[in-house]
Design a protein around this ligand. Structure first.
Ligand code: NAI
Length: 259
């Protein structure tokens, strides 16, 4: 036990770090990019809707931050390679990946089509894996380690009605998180997953505006839907000095929705 007067608190400061957020054009990804920039990181904001990326880049720069808007379709491995190259040319070598891009094709199990199934797995699982691989390769080549945060869902561990395939994809992301954490532990790369509960974004706003969605909210202990800001603390924990001893963990951040 050291002298408490000598204790230095770890920092959330990300000055000098380069971060890449996938699917940053809306919702949680957009918020993650803003928070990382606010903490001092240079941020690659990536996605398919380029006009939205430019707007976000301007917003980050207005806050005094640095951002690069880079095209990315996570279902296309050539696009992943090009995005990594463009990011590192613009901002420097990658330290932090937020593997956020994800989607859902709404269908009850009896109605799921092979195309819908493949689209979800291509984006949520295959896309997340090849992004992590690209980031991990770059971090390992430099030997300086890094942080990967995969955005899973409470659906990785809890049945969410009407979301069978989505939950299957997020369970795969959870196992990928633990496996990569172990594989890359000695390389100094921390790999964790955030498992958010329901947060209002474009992914679900129609549902939560409906009578069924309003009823669902009333079944949760606090009878309220999350807002994007509710994940800021967990994000900063996992990418900053505070999280250096955390790897292979799945963080439920859901206001008790899954209890
Ligand atoms: P959103 O629909 O606003 O954002 C998803 C982003 O991923 C969009 O920017 C979209 O364009 C992008 N994306 C989709 N396919 C892509 C592709 N092929 N290549 C590149 N980008 C692609 O939804 P939201 O809610 O912000 O979701 C973000 C992540 O959080 C997703 O992985 C989602 O599954 C997860 N999540 C969301 C929760 C919520 O309640 N909103 C709860 C738990 C997890």
């Amino acid at each position: 036990m050291g002298d408490v007067t000598e204790i230095t608190l770890p920092s959330y400061d990300l000055t000098g770090k380069v971060a890449l957020v996938t699917g940053a054009t809306s919702g949680l990804g957009r918020r993650f990019a803003l928070i990382l920039a606010k903490a001092g990181a240079r941020v690659a904001i990536t996605g398919r809707r380029l006009e939205r990326l430019t707007e976000l880049k301007n917003e980050i720069e207005a806050l005094g931050g640095t951002a690069a808007a880079v095209a990315l379709d996570v279902t296309d491995t050539a696009s992943i390679a090009a995005c990594m190259a463009e990011t590192e040319a613009a901002l420097g070598p990658l330290d932090i990946l937020i593997n956020n891009a994800g989607m859902n094709v709404q269908a009850l199990p009896a109605d799921v089509t092979p195309d819908g199934f493949d689209t979800m797995f291509d984006t949520n699982v295959r896309g997340a894996f090849f992004m992590a691989q690209a980031a991990g390769r770059s971090m390992m080549a430099r030997g300086t380690g890094g942080r990967i945060v995969n955005i899973a869902s409470i659906g990785a561990r809890t049945v969410l009605p009407g979301l069978t395939i989505y939950c299957m994809t997020k369970a795969a992301v959870a196992m990928m998180t633990k496996s990569l954490a172990k594989e890359w532990a000695r390389k100094g790369i921390n790999v964790n997953a955030m498992c958010p509960g329901f947060i209002e974004t474009e992914l679900n706003s129609d549902w939560f505006a409906s009578e069924g969605g309003q009823k669902q909210i009333k079944t949760w202990p606090r009878r309220r839907l999350g807002v994007e800001e509710d994940l800021d603390g967990t994000l900063l924990l996992l990418v900053s000095d505070h999280g250096r001893f955390i790897t292979g963990s799945l963080f439920t951040v859901d206001d008790g929705q899954s209890l």
